[in-house]
Design a protein around this ligand. Structure first.
Ligand SMILES: Cc1cc2nc3c(=O)[nH]c(=O)nc-3n(C[C@H](O)[C@H](O)[C@H](O)COP(=O)(O)OP(=O)(O)OC[C@H]3O[C@@H](n4cnc5c(N)ncnc54)[C@H](O)[C@@H]3O)c2cc1C
Length: 462
């Protein structure tokens, strides 16, 4: 019987295993399935912690509901009854030391109608007029491979990009807009421009789609994202052997397949190995200088995230507000803040829970990363005091540092990925890479990638 080893028990590794086991059942294929995870828990960047009635995520906090396949998986797992959706409300941008609402009717800060544009308190009159010129500028040079920052600035002008769009988009895609391609962010913007003559007209023509998805855009579960992870784990009982607390230290090619070596000195021989691991881990497992050349092309950003829970009701928050992003000319140090207890009702019993993000593009990041948790808490308390006027001491604090753990999808990503895949094909048959470093950073993309990886594995087993 053949052995399949999946290294890494994050959502990519788990969905690979889940879809693999389903396909094997359907097609009556037998194989030994082994999942190896270095942490004492599964989930990787999807991991929930609970303290004093607060539900806090160490990494991701939600999943884009409309990503194809996400809700199908939840249904297949018979887990719909645990679903929770975000509360929608107003997001703010903190600039000139005040909170300004991101206008209703905008997507990632891009106005979808003239009314939305005119309602902005972030833009000058000239800035608004410049956005309207988009309708008179033809697209002769931009494709989906172009930088989204250059594309938006060319058609909508510098002011709206800097003041209203960049803070939102850079927050979502952890990177510099001018180094991110349209393909890896919002590829449909090029289609809108080409088809409808202006980006805004494209949005207007597709308004229904955006209005539909404006409500209930994101999902989580009553017990947080670990709920989904635990559910997949349950479904794998008796189907796959799962080893936690077991670090893989190397993968060596042998005559027939691969030898997977663990930190405890044990080994596993496998016919197919899936590395559902961050790029940094893949680099350490395969000793191959030629491959290193390709692997080092994938780079990562970092972030510190902090939760502060207060013994005060969250009705103290601005009405309907769900959080803010920090833009230029702000006296805050954080990059963004989510008013978690407002946005996600399951995370608290009504008391205020706030999450703050400090990213590696933050001018103070190098200082912040050296600080103790206590010093970081003081920084966070200052930011909360300045943005919300709350002086109280938090009753819960949770600090998580994600160092070099957030893949950056820059303009060279697709080409680097194709080169890397062809190296693997040539030199390492049946050793697959998978996961957020390569095939998309969102959880939806990771689930989808798990499905594709399972199909590749089935092909080998057949
Ligand atoms: C702060 C933060 C916020 C985010 N917010 C969102 C969000 O709201 N929505 C969203 O869709 N996405 C979000 N993301 C991105 C998303 O969480 C990740 O892209 C996704 O969870 C990655 O899954 P993965 O399985 O590919 O990788 P990982 O979750 O990194 O899993 C890899 C696993 O491999 C294990 N491992 C590593 N080395 C070894 C080894 N040598 N041996 C054995 N095991 C090993 C790790 O412990 C880990 O469990 C966020 C990410 C971060 C960091």
């Amino acid at each position: 019987m053949k052995t399949v080893a999946v290294i890494g028990g994050g959502i990519t590794g788990l969905s690979t295993m889940y879809y693999l086991s389903q396909k094997m059942k359907e097609e009556n294929i037998e194989a030994r399935l082994v999942l190896i995870e270095k942490n004492p828990y599964l989930g990787g960047k999807m991991h929930t912690e609970y303290e004093k009635g607060y539900t806090m995520e160490t990494g991701a906090d939600s999943i884009v509901a409309r990503y194809p396949g996400v809700l199908d998986l939840v249904r297949e797992l018979e887990y719909e009854t645990e679903l929770v959706y975000n509360e929608t409300g107003i997001s703010y941008i903190h600039t000139n030391n005040e909170l300004h609402a991101i206008p209703a009717g905008s997507t990632f800060g891009i106005p979808m109608s003239v009314e939305s544009l005119m309602a902005s308190t972030l833009l000058s009159e000239e800035g608004k007029m410049r956005v309207l010129q988009d309708a008179d500028i033809p697209n002769t040079q931009f494709t989906k491979e172009s930088s989204i920052g250059e594309f938006l600035e060319y058609f909508l002008g510098e002011e709206i990009v800097h003041k209203q769009i960049a803070p939102v988009l850079a927050g979502v895609y952890s990177g510099n807009l001018y180094e991110l391609s349209l393909n890896s962010t919002l590829p449909y913007l090029v289609d809108y421009k080409n088809e409808y003559g202006s980006i805004m007209k494209g949005f207007e023509a597709n308004r229904e789609k955006f209005e539909r998805s404006a409500n209930k855009k994101f999902i989580s579960f009553k017990n947080g994202l670990s709920g989904l992870i635990n559910r997949i784990e349950e479904k794998l009982i008796g189907v796959a052997e799962i080893f936690k607390n077991l670090k893989t230290t190397s993968i060596n090619k042998i005559q027939e397949g691969y030898e997977v070596v663990f930190a405890n000195g044990e080994m596993l021989r496998a016919d197919v190995v899936v590395m559902a691991l961050p790029n940094s881990a893949v680099k350490t497992l395969i000793k191959d200088e030629e491959l290193d050349f390709y692997l080092q092309k994938f780079t990562n950003a970092s972030a510190i995230t902090m939760y502060l829970g207060f013994d005060i009701p969250d009705s103290i928050l601005p009405e309907d507000g769900t959080g803010f992003i920090v833009s230029h000319n702000s006296n805050l140090i954080c990059n963004a803040s989510t008013w978690t207890s407002r946005k996600w009702k399951h995370t608290s019993t009504g008391n205020l829970l706030v999450r703050l993000f400090y990213k590696s593009n933050n001018p103070k990041y190098e200082e912040l990363i050296q600080m103790t948790d206590e010093e970081l808490t003081n920084i966070a308390r200052n930011d909360i005091q300045r943005s919300l006027n709350i002086e109280e001491k938090p009753v819960v604090v949770k600090v998580t540092k994600w160092i070099n753990a957030m893949p950056r999808y820059d303009l060279a990503h697709n080409e680097a990925l194709q080169e890397l895949l062809s190296q693997f094909d040539k030199k390492y048959p049946n050793l697959f890479i998978a996961g957020c470093s390569y095939f998309g950073v969102g959880i939806g993309a990771c689930i989808d990638n798990g499905k594709t990886t399972a199909e590749k594995t089935i092909h080998v087993l057949k």
